[in-house]
Design a protein around this ligand. Structure first.
Ligand code: 13P
Length: 227
């Protein structure tokens, strides 16, 4: 069965107490709504590194069908790299790692060389990179099977890309190389999620802001289940 991915990127949001509150509320919503969530939905949450363990434990405690991803990774392996978090250090907590988000490219100056190193580390740890591209021209390193198209103008602005254009970018990328999973991100919300998932080329979405509130997050999942 082809999966539909809903990947919440929390960015630098939430304290530990707020993470706990999100899970408590999610448990209630999930209990009520689980019958309207289809088996093809794959839910991934990407909190800050510091909250991965807590999210892992709360997700288990409340029996939520949530897998975890990291928002970034060290370009190096384990060792003397102060402040960095190596893929091997979180491999028992996460299955996915976002690489190349435009916020990191813009605010932290991440370039293709660095992003290729990060990709190599993620693959070495047997995790799945979610590689962000800003348009169809963004280079994609070897070994990437999951690509997320996130046009900068659509991020946090409420102005999502048109589903038709996102679908077209997916086609263009797939003409150039083999991509198993194509994701769209940028102002995804409960009202527009279905329009992205029904065009054929888009396998999932990567909401930021709308993933922070349990009610909105689970509403997106419910609506995605209808597609
Ligand atoms: P918004 O959904 O808040 O626009 O963020 C998208 C994003 O950058 C996800 O990685």
């Amino acid at each position: 069965m082809k999966k539909k991915y809903i990947i919440g990127n929390w960015k630098s949001n939430k304290t530990s107490a707020e993470v706990e509150e999100w899970f408590i509320q999610s448990k209630d919503v999930y209990e009520r709504e689980k019958n309207s969530i289809t088996d093809d939905i794959r839910i991934i949450l990407c909190p800050s590194f510091i909250h991965l363990k807590e999210a892992h434990e709360l997700s288990r405690k409340y029996n939520l069908p949530i897998r975890l991803g990291a928002q970034d990774i060290s370009p190096f392996g384990a060792g003397a790299y102060t402040g960095e978090i190596a893929a091997s250090q979180i491999a028992d907590l996460v299955e996915y790692v976002i690489i190349g988000h435009s916020e990191r490219r813009t605010f932290l100056g991440e370039n293709e060389t660095l992003l290729t190193q990060k990709t190599e580390q993620v693959l070495k740890a047997k995790l799945i990179p979610i590689y962000c591209i800003q348009d169809e021209k963004t280079p994609i390193p070897e070994g990437i099977a999951m690509v997320a198209y996130e046009p900068v103008f659509a991020i946090g602005t409420g102005q999502a890309e048109t589903p038709a254009k996102a679908n077209e970018i997916a086609q263009k990328v797939r003409q150039k190389r083999k991509v198993d999973t194509f994701i769209y991100g940028g102002s995804v919300n409960p009202d527009n999620i279905e329009s992205f998932l029904t065009l054929g080329e888009i396998d999932g979405v990567l909401p930021g802001g709308a993933s922070l509130t349990p009610a909105l997050f689970w509403e997106m999942i419910r609506n995605a289940s209808r597609t």
